[in-house]
Ligand binder design. Sequence first.
Ligand SMILES: NC(=O)c1ccc[n+]([C@@H]2O[C@H](COP(=O)([O-])OP(=O)(O)OC[C@H]3O[C@@H](n4cnc5c(N)ncnc54)[C@H](OP(=O)(O)O)[C@@H]3O)[C@@H](O)[C@H]2O)c1
Length: 220
Amino acid sequence: MRYAVLGTGMVGQALARKLRALGHEVAMGARAPDNEKAAGFAAETGGLAMDFAAAAGFGDMVINATSGAHALDALHQAGAENLTGKVLVDISNPLDFSVKPPVLSVVNTDSLGETVQRAFPGSRVVKTLCTVNANVMVDPARLPGEHVIFLSGDDADAKAQTRAMLEAFGWRQIIDLGGIDSARAQEMMLPMWLRVWGALGTLDFNWVLTRRPDQDPANR
Ligand SMILES: NC(=O)c1ccc[n+]([C@@H]2O[C@H](COP(=O)([O-])OP(=O)(O)OC[C@H]3O[C@@H](n4cnc5c(N)ncnc54)[C@H](OP(=O)(O)O)[C@@H]3O)[C@@H](O)[C@H]2O)c1
């Protein structure tokens, strides 16, 4: 599979490197084709470094790991023509860091996931992984026990492809929350996530969802 990972930060690096380790062809996208972090990824892993548009054009599946404040700018630079028909995995969180603690710039009746889907109606947006730290995203086994990750999206096949990627990362408890409107719920976990980070003093945690064994749902 050919993946485009749009974003050179912690998340982009973690995902691109994991996908390379799993044997995929991976292009990391940045604003500039000579971005140093993307070049470092390419040199160290044999992956590719490109600008957003070239990377999106390369990928069969595109992952948005850009800053929430600039995700739409980055995706417009990637180009609707390079995203149409493709699964677009959206990991970005709409955090406004101009205030402390950061607040959600879109919330309650809308989400960044839905905003991305509206802006790129030809792409098949799946929101996931935004509720955990980058290291946990690609290595859930670093935390003990069974812990949970979520999927939101309108396209069943896109969610199935995303689920397969998550399973390859080691995720076992994957909860499908429903349509892309359920991205609101995932993104609204972020204020709580930030407070738990502050309380625990570590990024290495995740949510555990427990229930009665006789009510174990098919939805996992
Ligand atoms: N860090 C985590 O563990 C974590 C966990 C869950 C979710 N998330 C979410 O995942 C996303 C990525 O997080 P991150 O910490 O890896 O990186 P980040 O610093 O939030 O974003 C870095 C990326 O955003 C791009 N960017 C910044 N300003 C831009 C602009 N004006 N126009 C277009 N692109 C711009 C950068 O492009 P260049 O490469 O060209 O500089 C870079 O690729 C964020 O939305 C974050 O909320 C992060």
